[in-house]
Design a protein around this ligand. Structure first.
Ligand code: IPM
Ligand code: MG
Length: 369
């Protein structure tokens, strides 16, 4: 059988340097575990704009549709701040999400024991935390029409975006949340603003419909998203799976990320419908951005990108045990006190570089054999 295919899009800022470590780890799974992947690499974001004048070429888009999974580093940077909206680096990422129809974005927020002290919250509030935010990723205010900036004909301007959700868009992401919950603690909390938004009322009704008709055995609760934000920092361990729309999910997942101590630790998976081979359309990326302030200095933490590849092993390639092997390797490295600069506290010894973190993870992988 042919090897599964991966398209790697390192992107901008720290993207290429963290992805370099992931490529070493992909190689390790081929050499040591017999799970070889056929890898191609291409440009996205500002890097693609610099080379081609667009943040994602049609050729790259077509490749993304063909492979078994896409791994993305990060996009964006101050160099591109003044570009026209239509060619900003972020548009490349949004086009991938939309055209691959990656409607279910899984953002796990897990607090590793070794890092419980790093959270801005008290240790006992976050120790052992393990929640999953399921963010709708292809609709809502990110894509709704009409949108734009227009003159109001009185010397001022009007900025418009549209929050819009359909029954099927809500039901399919709700199903993916209930499915995940069944394999976890069997609890889903749905978040919206049904108190002020019609789209929120529909969201609540449709999530309830899926629950009553298809997943009656999973526990479902509803929460207004503002209260959800408050509960996430007050008592995050009350949650198991949270399902929410594109914009609330963007905000709530950043909030959840900080519970775990560092944005440098959080992976994500964006999944769509199954392809002909049964694998879901999929893109994996760290939640952190391109971090231009530290780019190119070998300081970045590659763990979020490495853990995103672990999610690929689990969700695209049905290699759950190998995913756990990789996640355990990262945990062991942290438990041994190996730290990149984002994970340093006063009094700690010198931080390790991006490559040294990669070395340490590879050494743990070897030790796992
Ligand atoms: C994210 C990011 C993106 C988003 C940006 C880079 C377009 O913040 O993945 O959370 O807003 O979705
Ligand atoms: Mg975000």
């Amino acid at each position: 059988m042919a090897n599964p295919t991966l398209l790697i899009l390192p992107g901008d800022g720290i993207g290429p340097e963290v992805m370099e470590q992931v490529e070493r780890i992909i190689g390790w799974f081929g050499d040591k575990r017999g799970h070889a992947f056929d890898v191609t690499t291409d440009l996205v974001g500002g890097a693609a704009y610099d080379a081609h004048g667009t943040p994602l070429t049609d050729e790259t888009m077509a490749k993304a549709q063909e492979v078994d999974a896409v791994l993305l580093g990060a996009v964006g940077g101050p160099k591109y701040d003044d570009l026209d909206f239509s060619v900003k680096p972020e548009r490349g990422l949004l086009r991938l999400r939309k055209e691959m129809d990656l409607y279910s974005n899984l953002r796990p927020a897990q607090c590793f024991d070794a890092l419980a002290d790093f959270s801005s919250l008290k240790k006992d509030v976050v120790a052992g935390l393990d929640i999953m935010i399921v963010r709708e990723l292809t609709s809502g205010v990110y894509f709704g029409e009409p949108r734009g900036i227009q003159d109001d004909n009185e010397g001022g301007r009007i900025g418009v975006n549209t929050q819009r959700y359909t029954t099927s868009e809500i039901r399919r992401v709700a199903r993916s949340a209930f499915e995940l919950a069944k394999r976890r603690s069997n609890k889903v909390c749905s978040m919206e603003k049904a108190n002020v938004m019609e789209s929120g009322i529909l969201w609540r009704e449709e999530v309830s419909w899926v629950h009553e008709n298809e997943y009656p055995d999973v526990e479902l609760s509803h929460m207004y998203a503002d209260n959800g934000a408050m509960q996430l920092v007050r008592a995050p361990k009350q949650f198991d799976v949270i399902v929410t729309d594109n914009l609330f999910g963007d905000i709530l997942s950043d909030c959840a990320a900080m519970l775990t101590g560092s944005l440098g630790m959080l992976p994500s998976a964006s999944l769509g419908a199954p392809m002909e081979n049964g694998r879901p359309k999929a893109l994996y990326e760290p939640v952190h951005g391109s971090a231009p302030d530290i780019a190119g200095q070998g300081k970045a933490n590659p763990c979020a990108c490495v853990l995103s590849f672990a999610m690929a092993l689990r969700y695209s390639f049905d290699l759950g045990e190998e995913a756990t092997r990789l996640e355990n390797a990262v945990q062991s490295v942290l438990a041994a006190g190996t730290r990149t600069a984002d994970l340093m506290q006063a009094g700690d010894a010198k931080p390790v570089s991006t490559k040294e973190m990669g070395d340490a993870i590879l050494a743990e992988l070897d030790a796992s054999l």
